[in-house]
Each structure stands twice: as structure tokens, then as C-alpha cells.
Design a protein around this ligand. Sequence first.
Ligand SMILES: [Zn+2]
Length: 246
Amino acid sequence: MSTIERLARARRALWRATGSALLPPVCCLCGAPGQVPDLDLCDVCTTLLPVLGGSGRGSMRDFGGDTLVRIRTLFLFKYAYPVDHFIRAVKFRGERVFARVLGELLAREHRSRGWELPECIVPMPLHLARLRERGFNQSLEIARFAAASLGARVDSRLLARRIATREQSGLSLESRRKNVRGAFEVVRPLPAGRIALLDDVVTTGSTAMAAIEALRDAGAREVELWAIARVEKSGVDVLEQDANEN
Ligand SMILES: [Zn+2]
């Protein structure tokens, strides 16, 4: 292997491991130059992204009994290639370059909507046992890059997951809701203003709603729910159900 090849390989390894903002963007799918200043996707590969259409992308509504919390959703993609591949690379292999891509895509979408910055971005917490096993929280990794791009603040200690819930996949909607009810707790003083809750993937929305309930009980009145991907399913889910109730 030539010196140049060796250097190129070392640079690529560093880039994959760190998603370093010091390096110019490189498309994580095809290796062509990415989009300056810091999106690691080229123009062509960006057209492959499975963008969510219509109302799936976002809505605004009120939620929850006597004390209402206003929820605005920001969902980017369908859970399909290549986004599912990016999410798994962050979640199971800790490849931060994909966290950088996803964080930057979130930030760009947020900016394009012209929304004011939230008071802080709260990544969906993992239970401590899961965090120890995995070594990192994938939503926090994505949140860091989104926050850096937006100039926002991340607070990964505001919300804690007290109950190690079982895997949600395979459970019915009602079982999912029971499985996560009361799983979250706000453990630090809540800042005034809007909170952005960031989850990597939303399926029925029951986990997100349980976390939002905890934020509401601690005094939050406005929440933005950010998700990289939404699993498209037939049938009613929590987000749609609650939207219909209001
Ligand atoms: Zn590309």
C-alpha cells in the first residue's frame, strides 16, 4: 500500500470514528465530496433519502388531560434505506460520522422551518443498564451534532429513564403504552421555555408520549418532538390517536 493510500485510509478511519468537524465533508454513501460546510452526503445521494411526505413530517397539537402541553413534531424520514442503515451504524457500532449526518439533517430541517431555537435539546434517555451495556446513547450523539449546527444547548441529564422497559417491538399498542408508562422522570429543574425531545426512531409514539408526560408533569408546556425516522405502520398509533382526541 502506498503512503497516500495509507493516509487516505487513516483519514477515513478517523472520519468514521469521530465525525470530526475539522475534516471537509465526504459523502458517507459514495465517497464523493459532501455538502459544505458539514453535511457528509453528496447532492446525488441526498436525493435517495426517504423523506416523509405530508402530515407525517410534522404537526402541532395539544396533549394531555387538565394540563395541556403543546407538541410540535419534526420527523424527517421513513425508516428505510439508507436512513435505517445510518441509524443502526450509530446505535450499534457507534459510528459518529452517521450521527453527524443525521444531526446536520435535523438542524437543516429545523432551520428551514424558521422555528425559534428550543431552550434545550433533550435526547431520549436510555436506562442506565442499557447505557452501560452500549457505552453511549445514540440520541445524544445525534443531538450533539444537531445542537452544534443550530447553536442550541443539549441537556442529557434533565430526563432519566427509571424503568428498564422491555423491547417494544412485537407488542400491541396498548401493551406498549403500559410498558413505558411512568418509565421517565425529570430529575433536574426544568428550564422555562420550549424543550426539544430527540429520539432516533418513532414507531407508535408511546415511548415519546411517556417522556412528554414526564416533561409535562415537571411543568413543560411546549415540546418539540424530533425524530430522525418514523416507522410507517398501518393502524392507529398513539400520536394519531391523541391528535384525534384533541
Ligand atoms: Zn454520495
